[in-house]
Design a binder for this molecule. Sequence first.
Ligand SMILES: Cc1cc2nc3c(=O)[nH]c(=O)nc-3n(C[C@H](O)[C@H](O)[C@H](O)COP(=O)(O)OP(=O)(O)OC[C@H]3O[C@@H](n4cnc5c(N)ncnc54)[C@H](O)[C@@H]3O)c2cc1C
Length: 464
Amino acid sequence: MHATPHGWWLQDVGPVQPRPGLAGSVTADVVVIGGGYTGLWAAWHLLERAPGIRVALLESAVCGDGPSGRNGGFVDHLAHGAARLRALAGDDAARATVTASIGAVRAIGTWCEEQGVDAWFHPGGQIVASAAPAQDGAEDDAIAACAALGLGEELRPLTPVEVQARCASPVLRGGTLARSTATVHPARLARGLRIRLIERGAQVFERSAVRALRTTPDGVRAQTTAGSVSARAALLCLNAHSAGVGPLRRRLTVTSSHMVITEPVPDVLDQLGWTGGEAITDSRHLVHYFRTTRDGRIAFGWGGGRIVCGARLQPRDDVDAGLARQVAADLVRFFPALRGRRIEHAWGGPIDASPRHLPVVDTLPGGRVHAAFGYTGNGVGPSHLCGAILARLALDERDGLTALPLVSPGGRLLPPEPLRVMGGEAIRVALNRKERAEEAGRRPGRVVSAVAALPRLMGVEIGR
Ligand SMILES: Cc1cc2nc3c(=O)[nH]c(=O)nc-3n(C[C@H](O)[C@H](O)[C@H](O)COP(=O)(O)OP(=O)(O)OC[C@H]3O[C@@H](n4cnc5c(N)ncnc54)[C@H](O)[C@@H]3O)c2cc1C
């Protein structure tokens, strides 16, 4: 098993020549900081809404080398959070948010088609399955909330027989079908966006880490070691690295997610009847997620990685031999027919977990800097939506999207570090023990259950 921070998808698309780094002083209308999906979509939406606008994008590595180029490729929406959204913001706002997020999934598919980017976009839907009695009915609240919002067709229950007909894993029980979820090849999407943006005239500077961002009388100045960009507004699209930004530090917890991918196993997929390209998750809080690829592989991940000190995020956090072994063992538990088959690659990456388990778009004090973060491991679809919102904020435009409850949501701050890391890690370990005991048919211990329940009591959503 080959382990690299960048993972199989980026290896599959091959290396690219980095764009020249920033040198000297550049003036733009908007400076976008971070070249993952959020920054790339924000830049794209800016160019669409204001043709001729000068957009400079600063990326510390190569655009798409972060989680955007190495995720599971589930292009998900916010229907699973419908109950939470109703409670937080009421029915109209919840409906608008879920609908906009489903629109984002479709818009990504349309964009790929129109731009001739073959990102393997496949609208095969998602099965959220139970993998233990304790997980049964995990989506019931979301199904009821979608029905109450008039979006009942988005989530529908599946019997165990219906789940088995789509994927005959011995671990899977009943579940829910989310019809609008799609999958992509994440690196093909990220690299495709990067190329189309460059062709469209965005100034993309790579290997250009921003060291300081200051407000000036006319706007903002983003400083790298070799140059600076002055602009009217800045968009912070940093994902987990947002935890290194003072005003955002206590708005997210940084954890990690880890994946493996098999050699092509079309025979196993046939045996499982898993030929519809459905994305599948179990219903754990520390979720397992799995999907097939166009060339017949199974990509399998687990959202149960470590809690990381956000301000000290390092690339080495993305490869962890122990976690890779755990994920590989979980893969074989779900698919025993893979025993003896080759697992080709293992990798991981940071996750920007927000306490409400919903993405956040916010404006920093001073009004010139806007940020999007907190996707909690579900940013592939929502980053298109958040990019659209960021573009409007940078252009000083307000409409239905900027009124969504994802925007400037307020809410309590998380405890400071190191408390957050220590407490978060204790809760993660307890949740993992609890969920593994439940899968094995054992009753979790009382202390473990009590610690695992702490986030809910504190109003913090974890995982799934
Ligand atoms: C293993 C794994 C599996 C996942 N699976 C899924 C999935 O199946 N579906 C899903 O929806 N989501 C998934 N996610 C989450 C998803 O990848 C993210 O939510 C999404 O990519 C976020 O995009 P982004 O642009 O905000 O962040 P990123 O892709 O992290 O981009 C942020 C960029 O900012 C750059 N940067 C950081 N600091 C600076 C600086 N100082 N100056 C300039 N640039 C800087 C980074 O280099 C990076 O390229 C997964 C994540 C991981 C790690």
